[in-house]
Write a protein that binds this ligand. Structure first.
Ligand code: BES
Ligand code: ZN
Length: 641
């Protein structure tokens, strides 16, 4: 280099043109530090083989082709590894993956081995690093794996094209991605996905090629396209999600929109008109939305959940499309997870309540902000009933799983995912809110999300933060809340706040009167909101005469209800009474959608009805089982036997 050139370079460096580039290179080369929370004993994840303190995945690059004939994803996952000094190997989670080989970034083969498979956890994939900071795993997704559901055209709205979607939470993604599938390990990621002709791929990330790139050469000739995605914020692996199908997009606002199949787009977009306002309401409570866009994907009806908070792209069941926007609290819930769950997420599945309890609380605050206190109170009061039912299901107030912090030793994390996490969790937060007052509580929550943004959190970590930043050594406040009892002990503390809807006593009275032979409250029904209707049907005594059931069914059109929540509580009542005329409606409902929250309780109710219900359940499940996602199947397999 001439001295002149050197001088130019130096002046460039000094005026800051080249400096950021150099700094970035230097930063990359350094091993990123282990997040402090991961080093705490409470953060040890018994549902992952990973040893993140030894070697941790920090970034994933997927390059996969969706094979709709072989029902598999096939390609490579390249992983950046942050290894402690002297670490020789990295351990990944896999479940049923077909591993073809592992190399370093220069295609040099690395020794690897798959350990013994556990029925819940799958098998550890141990890779010898030989100094590599990046490894490339060539593989196929697990045949019949639990995360991916490959739908036939008949299972879609359009009936013409096949469809694929994934569900990662809790530990299902290891059946299609070889990475550290532990919620305490956050990873940035990118993906290149090849989808067949005419189908569009979407993922929970920034979509870099919204219309795909036609592929050159042979591949392109069959009309397949490659789609590219990038998530530059570190997220837990369960939040990596994909869907491929005949998808179209409609904007809902400046930074919001919805993807779904063309034939259902009109009613879907119409149902979701308030989404942009919801994002603003959520931000006004707990600080800026951190993920850029907020879009939804409304899936085919076999999607096993109401919703799943995949970052930037909430996945939702079509059963919330009621026609009257009455079930949009589900969107408020999944959106709320953008803070409680995605920004700050549970470090282990024992801390699941940190995701769902916070989110249920936050969902209700969004609903209150947008639609007022009466509607929010109705939803919270229904939640209180769900809490009572969950306590009963858990074996009563002394049931071990009534704890917020769960003991999942030797169990599938799914076993602990009950309404306790949601409803006892939300009730705990309401109880704190009442003790300190809303302004102080809101300020604390906002600061909590800011302090822990893009980090995982344990129950112990939250409790310590609460003491340090809210309680601040105030003994009266500490006693008024009783944090340890709430979090670590069974049952429901005496200070639990029960939000009561002012509208429900009148509804309950009419239900009681109807059960006693009183009139059908048809005029009321017509003006009641969905929560009031749900409450009316759910609060009727479980033993009703055939005449009472038939009169109600006819007056309210219950068996033909398009509103899935009302249809569900009606069918529960019908089954409890062995009400034969509702069986066709029941069979249709269990065939047309596969949402576990509806499907599992109805099969359970049927099985509880001995020689009347069991034959119906068995014959029906034989037909519907192939239609359900693995999540729903696994639960119902345990019920219908
Ligand atoms: N994250 C959950 C769904 C989930 C829970 C997936 C456990 C896997 C394991 C999601 O945010 C959720 O809570 N969905 C609810 C709806 C909500 C309005 C209560 C559901 O699916 O019913
Ligand atoms: Zn949730």
């Amino acid at each position: 280099m001439t001295s002149k050139a050197r001088a130019v370079l130096l002046s460039l460096l000094l005026c800051g043109v080249a400096a950021p580039v150099l700094a970035q290179t230097a930063k990359r080369a350094q091993t990123p530090p282990v997040p402090a929370i991961l080093a705490t004993p409470e953060a040890r994840d018994i549902h992952s083989y990973a040893q993140p303190l030894v070697a941790r995945v920090t970034h994933v690059d997927l390059d996969l082709t969706a094979d709709f004939v072989g029902h598999k994803m096939t390609g490579t996952a390249a992983l950046d590894i942050a290894a402690a000094p002297g670490a020789k190997e990295v351990i990944l989670d896999t479940k049923g993956l077909v591993i073809h080989g592992v190399t370093d970034a220069k295609s040099k083969a690395l020794p690897w081995s798959l350990g013994k498979a556990d029925p819940i956890l799958g098998a550890p994939l141990t890779v010898q690093l030989n100094g590599a900071k990046r490894i490339v795993v060539a593989y196929d997704s697990a045949p019949g794996g639990a995360a991916l559901q490959w739908l036939t055209p008949s299972q879609t709205a359009g009936k013409k094209s096949p469809y694929l979607f994934s569900q990662g939470e809790a530990i299902l993604n290891r059946s299609w991605i070889p990475t550290q599938d532990s919620p305490g390990v956050r990873q940035t990621w990118t993906a290149r996905i090849v989808a067949p002709k005419g189908l569009k791929a979407v993922m929970s990330a920034r979509m870099l090629t919204p219309n795909g790139e036609p592929l050159p050469g042979k591949l392109g000739a069959d009309g397949s396209r490659a789609y590219r995605f990038s998530m530059d914020k570190p997220v837990a692996s369960y939040l990596i999600a994909i869907a491929i199908g005949d998808l179209t997009f409609t904007p809902l606002g400046k930074r919001t929109g919805v993807y779904t199949e063309p034939s259902v787009m009109k009613k879907t977009a119409n149902e979701l008109v308030d989404v942009e306002k919801m994002v603003a309401a959520a931000e006004s409570l707990y600080g800026p939305y951190a993920w850029g866009r907020y879009d939804l994907l409304v899936l085919p009806p076999s999607f096993p959940f109401g919703g799943m908070e995949n970052p930037r792209l909430t996945f939702a069941t079509p059963t919330i499309i009621a026609g009257d926007r009455s079930l949009v609290s589900l969107v408020a819930h999944e959106l709320a997870h953008s803070w409680s769950g995605n920004l700050v997420n549970n470090a282990t599945w024992s801390d699941f309540w940190l995701n769902e309890g916070f989110t249920d609380y936050f969902e209700n605050r969004i609903m209150e902000t947008l639609y007022g206190k009466p509607r929010a109170d109705m939803l919270a009061d229904l939640g209180w009933s769900d809490l009572q039912a969950a306590i009963k299901d858990a074996g009563g107030l002394s049931g071990a799983d009534t704890r917020l912090h769960l003991d999942l030793t030797g169990r599938d994390p799914d076993d602990g995912m009950t309404d306790i996490a949601y409803q006892k969790g939300a009730t705990f937060l309401r109880t704190i809110e009442k003790a300190v007052g809303r302004p102080r509580w809101d300020a604390y929550l906002k600061s909590y999300f800011a302090r822990h943004a893009f980090q995982s959190q344990t129950t112990a970590g939250f409790v310590a933060d609460l003491r340090q930043n809210l309680i601040k050594g105030d003994p009266k406040l500490e006693a008024a809340i009783g944090i340890d009892q709430w979090v670590y002990e069974v049952g429901l503390p005496g200070n639990a706040v029960h939000v009561k809807s002012a509208a429900f006593p009148a509804v309950d009275a009419l239900a009681a009167a109807y059960a006693q032979g009183g009139p059908v409250p048809l005029a009321k029904w017509k003006v009641w909101s969905t929560p009031e209707r749900t409450r009316f049907v759910a609060s009727l005594p479980r033993a009703l005469s055939t005449e009472r059931l038939a009169t109600l069914d006819k007056a309210f059109g219950l068996s033909a209800q398009g509103n899935s929540e009302i249809r569900f509580v009606w069918l529960e009542l019908a089954v409890a009474n062995r009400y034969q005329p509702a069986v066709p409606s029941l069979e249709a409902f269990l065939t047309e959608q596969g949402r576990r929250k509806f499907v599992a309780p109805l099969f359970k109710d049927l099985m509880a009805q001995g020689d009347w219900g069991q034959p119906i359940a068995k014959a029906l499940y034989a037909r519907t089982r192939p239609l359900y996602h693995a999540v729903t199947r696994q639960t119902v397999d345990g019920i219908v036997k």
